[in-house]
Design a binder for this molecule. Sequence first.
Ligand code: ADP
Ligand code: MG
Length: 709
Amino acid sequence: MNFTTPLSAVPRIGPVFQKRLKKLGITTVRDLLFYFPRTYEDLSKITPIAEIKEGTFYCIAGEILEISEERTFKKRMHLTHAIVRDDTGTIKALWFNQPYLPQTLRKGERMYLAGRVVRDAKGIYLSNPIYEKFAEGEMNLIHTGRIIPVYPETRGISSRWLRSIIRIILQGLTEKIEDAIPEKITQEERFLPLQTALKQIHFPDTLENIEKAKKRFSFEELFFISLFVLTERKKIASVKAVPIPFDEQLMKKFTSSLPFQLTDAQKKAAWHILKDLEKPRPMNRLLQGDVGSGKTVVATMASLAVTKKGYQAVFMAPTEILAQQHFKTVGQLLAPFKITAGLLTGKADRFISPKLPNDYIEISRKKLLEKALKGDIDILIGTHALIQKEVRFGKLALVIVDEQHRFGVKQRAQLLRHAQLIPHLLSMTATPIPRTLALTIYGDLDLTLIDELPKGRKKIETRIISPQEREQAYQFIAKEVKQGHQVFVICPRIEKSEIRNPKSETPNKKNGWSETKAVKEEYEKLSKEIFPNLRIAMLHGKMAQKEKEEIMRKFKFGKIDILVSTSVVEVGVDIPNASVMMIEGADRFGLAQLHQFRGRVGRSDQQSHCFLFTESSSRTVAERLRALVRLESGFELAEKDLHMRGPGDFNGVKQWGIPDFAMQQLSNVALVEKAREAAKNILEKDIALHTYPLLKKRVEELREKLHLE
Ligand code: ADP
Ligand code: MG
């Protein structure tokens, strides 16, 4: 048996189990050995029966004195009774509904039993104990009498079964299995050798060894990811792109046409990008700037540079509302430059020709796609719709992806698919990527920060509002509107009657979930009862496209005072006159999302406010909301989020398929840096990994998984 042995060749894994395992993606010996325990239970301490007290979990060792079964007809239960004795005394054991037990456990046999001691009408007894026959020697005990592994729960595959099979495999691994981590690293870092680490992660001898094994496997995972990301980066650097010469006159003309002065940070970012565009290699840059820092205008400068040289740009946004907004903003900003722009979303296709600087004409999708292919559209703006197969470009030189964490690696690859020359790529995000993530899974990007907000912006006052303070908050809102400002009200749902996921917990105050507010209901309440004299509208994803657009337009032009909306306005929406962001059911949203909501206000020099409503009394909710009150910078909030919730919640992270235990290590800066350094060192000497066939194979596997999935 070795790593590549298929499970069908392993004793005791029949077709039924092969099928069940396959569902978990486990088909080889290697897969199964890398199916790690979720947690462990320490049953290594054997307690003399005389010392046992009720209510506690014990492992005992003794001889079965009696065993008998009983059927209770009333409750249709099968009971197995046993009396067990050691040198210090006897105790009863009781199993429920395990009718095969009397055949397995025989009178006179010596056993280990582990379970909770309970006392009820049946007396005092070990309830449903785990059992295992007494045996000498290493690895003979796997269910009791040691630290035992507990595997992720799956229907049809019990921890008990997995323990037996994994023991068979570990004992059957006769050929030496090759470790992909080079020996030099294993020695320097004093990692457990692969075979030892595998044994210790499944059947640890000590609690300390669990940590040692985990550290090794986490490193391994991060190391492979780093190798992959760094090789990708090298690859991109070796392909050709269209160089776009820097046109100073043009950029001066653009900046002087703006109604404001660029901040220094914006200038610096634009400079980085325009310098990248000059190179014959594709730019691969991430522009990171907190909400409201003015990324759009920087992206527009890059588009202008490219389109004025006769090439095309694509500008992709995560939502339809945002695509619409970019279409209008970019259209306006570039109006003096005779640039054509198209809008392609799931539902609406628009076109701006130079003759219609501030307006647009609707054209058919077919026409729009023809124009894109012929190169008659300079900038095509849109949503996911842009990555469909039929969208092709004649002269694409720049791809801009706004809030790229929503797209991820896979989609990026899709966009680049048709191009003969690889286009330059500019990703923009307000969600700052914590350092460790930036080093690992986003490590193939160059990073530019806009670390400054436009002048005159004030800190957004953020407050957690208790149910008793609701009335006051409404009065405050009325006052703001009176002064000519606008308000967002965010609700977690569209309708109250939405069908709940039957698996999810029923919300109640105790488990930290508050009753959810719904857009339709709040809209009714606010417009009829609370603010009958104000202009109120609602917005949600199920509304018709035209209707949504009309509402956003009215809101933008100050014709609506209060907009009650779902999270569709989460990202990017720009209404500088809005001064209050009120979030209902704030406990329902993550930190990054809340920060995005908050960023919808505070986009001018007026004082803005963010109200967080919650009825939850959960401590983690409170901690999350307090972090938002305390911290203004998205970067600090992201670090906090990573620590509180783990990286699984950062969009785009899931598709890497990083195992849970390694995910947890993603916030471990030292380990991440170590893995990256190790990968760098290897690639410096051997970029193609010729001398490391195993590593090469693993990197290929990762590439396949990410690009083809
Ligand atoms: P984000 O970085 O969140 O995408 P936007 O690009 O939407 O931010 O810009 C936010 C608002 O700030 C917009 O209304 C934009 O016109 C304005 N803005 C951008 N740059 C400046 C600047 N240098 N001075 C003043 N306002 C600016
Ligand atoms: Mg934006």
